[in-house]
Design a protein around this ligand. Structure first.
Ligand code: CMP
Length: 149
């Protein structure tokens, strides 16, 4: 089933010059980028994105990190996009993420872990709505769509 998901290239990747490398991996997998913005995330957006972690001891550090430099927010479409993206990015703790995944190859930290992707279709919908209006998610066909899945 074609799904939409949300992803965010985190500040550590932006300041390390890894935006292109990460986006290339998503495109080569056959995922379609239907929305993309480079932004400085606001306190309100960070609060909403991480609301499930509000009571966790690392919440303050998490919000401070995510606001420490720009991020790239992405709306991504593709066959089973939610689970495919989670597999591409790898385990939350980059030290444990498998080689071949974004985190496994490019990062070594649990907090500065390169990229975020929604963990369920429900969260994808909620997280997309924090950063994109419906009209900001664009419609087009990739030339290779019938060859990828
Ligand atoms: P992500 O899953 O993208 O979104 C929530 C983030 O919280 C997660 O990535 C980690 O970067 C961060 N996180 C989760 N657990 C911890 C922890 N124990 N200490 C610090 N950061 C954490």
């Amino acid at each position: 089933m074609i799904e939409r998901t949300f992803a965010m290239i985190k500040p550590d990747s932006v300041v390390r010059g890894l935006i292109g490398e990460i986006i290339q991996r998503l495109e080569r997998k056959g995922l379609k980028i239907v929305g993309m913005k480079m932004i400085q995330i606001s306190e309100g957006q960070a609060d909403r994105l991480y609301e499930v972690h509000k009571e966790k001891p690392f919440f303050k550090e998490l919000v401070s990190f995510i606001r420490s430099a720009p991020v790239v927010v992405l709306a991504i479409e593709g066959e089973s996009a939610v689970s495919v993206m989670r597999r591409i990015i790898g385990a939350t703790d980059s030290k444990e993420a498998m080689p071949g995944t974004v985190r496994g190859d490019l990062s070594c930290s649990k907090s500065m872990n390169a990229i975020h992707a929604s963990d369920s279709p429900e969260n994808a919908k909620r997280e997309l709505s924090i950063f994109f209006t419906e009209s900001e998610m664009l419609r087009y066909s990739r030339l290779d769509e019938s060859w990828v899945c």
